[in-house]
Write a protein that binds this ligand. Sequence first.
Ligand code: NAP
Length: 228
Amino acid sequence: MNLLILGRGKTGSLVAEVAAKRMHTVRTAGSKENSACAALTPEKLRDIDVVIDFTGPHCVVAHIEACVRAGKNMVVGTTGWHGELDRVRRFVEEHKTGFVYATNFSVGVNLFFDVARSAAAALRHNYSGQIFERHHVHKKDAPSGTALTIQRIVREASGQNDDLEITSFREGEVVGLHELVLESANDRIYLCHDAKSRRAFAEGAVLAAEWIAGKKSFYDFKDVWREL
Ligand SMILES: NC(=O)c1ccc[n+]([C@@H]2O[C@H](COP(=O)([O-])OP(=O)(O)OC[C@H]3O[C@@H](n4cnc5c(N)ncnc54)[C@H](OP(=O)(O)O)[C@@H]3O)[C@@H](O)[C@H]2O)c1
């Protein structure tokens, strides 16, 4: 496939590396060449099969609008924009393009989401819950999108809406650590996912791009990763 990767930062550059290893033709664009979506005109996107975005919350929605308007399928890993999810979903559906997004493209984290969903039953049995997340000091959003997803999953699965506070730590170069702690008067359950490198995000994003090619709908990676 011909892939355009937006963002040449910590994650985007790894996505480019993984995609090239999987024999895709890769073009990349950083903030300079893509100022005001300059790299996302219909002409520039003509040969592109899927656009993958790992940029920032300030620009990602404009990227989505430009790519979807040009009829291009997308994989969006950038976080910090999910307040606009419903509007973006309608936009994608109106334009009949394919779209996969995730707060976390790691298969391990998506398995962790399933474990958290199952453990959520504790909140109906006199447990209280807390979420802790640790990331590197350069991370722009807090709490992390992944922590917010864990919170939403546990709330939905338990039917309990209060409680479940998220505490964020920013230190050093931590790739991403998420803990769900469930505590009762009698015991404490710790669930923890600790990312060792960003490669899992990059591999998941490239697999998602391969999967979404030719499809026309709006998907959350957590619902489709088992099919990849
Ligand atoms: N879903 C997941 O699995 C997952 C995993 C990791 C990270 N993320 C998210 O992905 C995003 C990027 O993370 P990161 O750690 O890779 O950040 P990063 O190292 O800061 O990289 C972001 C890159 O985006 C570029 N950029 C900014 N505006 C742009 C634009 N308009 N067009 C093209 N490129 C632009 C920046 O380029 P300049 O430096 O030239 O400005 C920078 O290289 C964040 O939102 C993060 O939370 C998601």
